[in-house]
Design a protein around this ligand. Structure first.
Ligand code: TYD
Length: 135
């Protein structure tokens, strides 16, 4: 899995004067089945989240409210995405190091995940991730 497989996905958006609506259907709008949803909220200013890679997990990251930055790193190249729309998701595949920061006040980061939580699926040490990724 490479950095090129990670991409912004524009989700369906039903514009409505009563309020807009977005929906996500697994395997239709995102390339995996959803086994888990989690979200970050009440993030203090200056806080950083992430700082790990996943062995198998695929994810879609959405700024449900506010904004934040997601830095993706395959160990050779890096790309930074600024998320600030609830109809845009960032697809992050396995074996990509990610760091989330620059959270705006009141922001909410929702993550759809392809598997349930398993600590064994994490690389939490960058050096270990690099070793496995590039030898
Ligand atoms: P972690 O994935 O490291 O958070 P982030 O990458 O957003 O900074 O998870 C933080 C803690 O929460 C860690 O102790 C594991 C726990 N956790 C769960 O129990 N279930 C989950 O689905 C997630 C995402 C985390």
């Amino acid at each position: 899995m490479s950095l090129n497989d990670c991409k912004l996905i524009e989700l369906p958006k039903i514009n409505d004067p009563r309020g807009n609506l977005t929906f996500i259907e697994p395997t239709v709008h995102i390339p995996f089945e959803i086994q888990r949803v989690y979200y970050l909220y009440d993030v203090p200013g200056g806080s950083e989240r992430g700082g790990h890679a996943h062995k198998q997990l695929n994810q879609l990251i959405v700024a449900m409210s506010g904004s934040f930055d997601v830095l993706l790193d395959d160990g050779k190249d890096k790309v930074c995405y600024h998320l600030n729309r609830s109809y845009i998701g960032l697809y992050v595949c396995s074996m990509i190091w990610r760091e989330l920061n620059n959270f705006s006040s009141g922001s909410v980061c929702m993550v759809l995940a392809s598997n349930r939580y398993e600590e064994d699926d994490y690389y939490r040490e960058y050096s270990e991730f690099m070793q496995v990724r590039w030898g």
